[in-house]
Ligand binder design. Structure first.
Ligand SMILES: Cc1cc2nc3c(=O)[nH]c(=O)nc-3n(C[C@H](O)[C@H](O)[C@H](O)COP(=O)(O)OP(=O)(O)OC[C@H]3O[C@@H](n4cnc5c(N)ncnc54)[C@H](O)[C@@H]3O)c2cc1C
Length: 615
């Protein structure tokens, strides 16, 4: 974790659930390493709910390491890739490492992150590096450029780390975890945040002031961002503190969040204070934030500039259109964020294996997942700034919820042999139980005397005649768990109980007994009932919206199937606008639907294409 040890958040939390539904490990590792869990956007509709966990940086890393070391068939080699050898057809024949290793493979996946020609900036000091104290990687970009892959520069930054013992926490606003924390994985165990014997840790909120801003501004002439030393494009929505002062010059305060990095560490992360200003300015400004008067920094904020590869040169499996046996995934494709990187990693990994086996490619569509939206955006539109996921990027938000990633993706992954039988079995129980609970809710009509006190407590109008639980749950003030006591659920409990298998450790961990690092997740109390209640409630409350969106997705999917010949000459269609002809020639969409998502290709141009290709 180069930056904040936190996983999930708005739209990113959905991605982690999707990786879990596919059979990936991100969610399980996060659950085992969680210090604090929060479901963000609870006050909004369920399409917006997003899980977020603050993790223990060291446990997270150790847990991953343990999983990798115990994955059958996977062998590690720790070294720097320094050279590729290419065939005359432009395929990679082998790669060489700095310490003399030579590897050959059918397909290669490059995930070099921010390390390619990475350069770190703190004020007017610069150093080579892929992240602090780790060397950057030099030869790869130029070799790939020589083969015809386009590269450019981007930048990102990270805030300072502080010793929490030097902060007066009583002057900050407390931000605690959820009282009833959930978790990321669909597998039935308790996460570290859910276990009563493991305390959730707190985060804190502080505020900058006009005085802090004045000090920060005094260092602007030494900021590499403003002096032109950094030329790469940075993330607009995750700006440095100096960017924020420039963009929102009328604001005299910004929030900063103090977040733990580990259960046994005094190191805290300062979200919102990312900077490339000189160290002295960072320290001076921070010491004028209330509560930080005696602050001790463990590490300054820094900015980093690195090479990325234009993702428009990839197909939907993340395979290069230029070097046919190379897949690219993660930050090298112009994205930012662990979740975005992990999503690409699993898709590239799946496809490299399928291609090695001569099997059909695995492509996720925009109505199946945020992962599908992410990859489609990257390969059809390209990027002109670091790409991070937002819910607004998805056109089918009601379908792509954090509670139903298993319904959307596990069957697809099970079909290719990745999601296990156990996961599929859990999904079947969930599906059957949700249908049974929806029916039970429509039939249950509790007496007015019983139900009115509950309605009264939630400030919603009282009943004079009995109504079904379904009609009560459609009220915004009432959740299913408020009235679950009135639903006879004996048969549902029996279904779950009868069909629930004990959590099989080998299903998600390669061997038993559990290693020390995984002791924080507890497989003894498997329960999937809360998932069933959430999904039932959403099915009742939002059925109209869900059906409408599914119908729309179906209609647009028809366009998805309408293929455009790869070498089609757009200049032949004179009724297309010149801009569209240029964009279509550059992006080479594979279908009409892809063409419709290219910025600058208007709906009328799409109609022209539909007519041309014989609607
Ligand atoms: C300073 C900084 C701040 C960031 N802030 C945030 C943030 O707040 N939130 C967020 O979500 N994301 C943030 N990110 C981005 C986040 O770290 C990345 O999006 C994510 O880690 C990308 O994952 P990745 O797997 O693509 O690459 P990385 O996590 O960067 O991993 C790349 C790996 O490749 C290895 N490598 C590189 N070159 C070679 C080579 N030639 N041979 C062998 N190995 C090589 C490196 O050693 C490294 O282990 C930040 C990144 C940095 C550097």
């Amino acid at each position: 974790m180069s930056c904040n040890p936190s996983i999930g958040g708005i739209a990113k939390g959905q991605i982690v659930r999707e990786i879990d539904a596919l059979g990936g490990m991100s969610a399980i590792i996060t659950d085992a390493s969680t210090l604090q869990f929060r479901m963000l956007n609870r006050s909004k509709g369920p399409a917006m709910w997003s899980p977020r966990a603050q993790c223990d940086r060291n446990s997270y890393s150790q847990n991953w390491r343990w999983i990798l070391e115990n994955t059958p068939g996977l062998y590690l080699w720790q070294d720097t890739v320094s050279n590729f050898t290419f065939s005359e057809r432009g395929e990679i024949i082998s790669l060489e490492t700095s310490l003399g290793g030579r590897f050959t493979a059918g397909h290669y996946i490059l995930t070099a992150g921010t390390f390619l020609n990475g350069r770190i900036f703190v004020g007017d000091r610069t150093a080579e590096g892929g992240r602090v104290a780790e060397p950057s990687s030099h030869l790869i970009s130029s070799q790939l450029r020589d083969q015809g892959i386009q590269t450019s520069r981007m930048k990102t930054g990270t805030p300072p780390r502080v010793d929490v013992r030097s902060v007066n926490l009583s002057r900050l606003i407390l931000q605690s975890g959820d009282e009833s924390p959930e978790k990321f994985s669909y597998l039935p165990y308790l996460s570290s945040a859910q276990r009563h014997d493991i305390r959730q840790m707190n985060c804190y909120i502080a505020h900058t002031s006009p005085k802090v801003h004045e000090i920060l501004r005094s260092g602007f002439d030494k900021s590499p961002l403003f002096s032109g030393k950094i030329t790469g494009i940075g993330p607009r929505y995750c700006p440095s503190i100096e960017d924020k002062l420039r963009t929102f010059s009328d604001k005299d305060s910004h929030q900063i969040f103090l977040e733990p990095e580990g259960r046994n560490s005094t190191e805290y992360y300062l979200q919102g204070f990312s900077s490339s200003l000189p160290f002295e300015i960072q320290l001076e400004a921070l010491s004028h934030v209330e509560g930080f008067e005696d602050v001790h920094l463990l590490r300054p904020a820094y900015a980093i500039e690195y090479d990325y590869f234009d993702p428009i040169q990839l197909d939907h499996t993340l395979r290069s259109k230029v070097i046919p046996n190379l897949y690219l995934a993660g930050q090298v494709n112009g994205t930012t964020g662990y979740e975005e990187a992990a999503a690409q990693g699993i898709v590239a990994g799946i496809n490299a294996v399928l291609r090695n086996r001569g099997q059909e490619e695995f492509i996720l569509t925009r109505d199946s997942s945020y992962i599908g939206v992410l990859i489609d955006d990257l390969v059809t539109k390209g990027v002109d700034e670091p790409y991070r996921m937002f819910t607004s990027r998805a056109e089918y938000r009601i379908l792509l919820r954090q509670d139903n990633a298993d319904e959307r993706l596990t069957p697809l992954s099970h079909r290719i042999g990745l999601a296990s039988d156990y996961r599929m079995h859990l999904l079947e129980i969930k599906r059957t139980s949700v249908i049974a609970l929806v029916n039970a809710c429509s039939q249950a009509r509790p007496s007015v005397v019983d139900v009115n006190p509950v309605l009264d407590a939630h400030a919603t109008s009282l009943l004079t005649t009995p109504k079904s639980i379904t009609s009560l749950v459609t009220r915004p003030q009432i959740s299913l768990s408020d009235v679950l006591q009135f639903v006879p659920r004996g048969t549902i409990d029996e279904t779950i109980h009868a069909s629930q298998l004990p959590l099989s450790i080998p299903d998600f961990l390669p061997s038993t007994p559990l290693p020390e690092t995984f002791k924080s997740i507890c497989p003894e109390s498997p329960s999937i009932f809360s998932n069933i209640v959430t999904s039932t409630e959403i099915a009742i409350k939002y059925s109209g919206y869900i059906e409408r969106e599914a119908e729309l997705a179906k209609k647009l999917k028809k366009l998805e199937g309408l293929k455009v010949p790869e070498d089609f000459d757009y200049s032949r269609i004179e009724s297309l606008s010149i801009e569209s002809r240029m964009k279509l020639t550059r992006h080479r969409p594979r279908t009409i639907a892809e063409a419709s998502r290219i910025p600058g290709v208007s709906p009328s141009d799409i109609s022209v294409l539909l007519v041309y290709f014989g609607r």
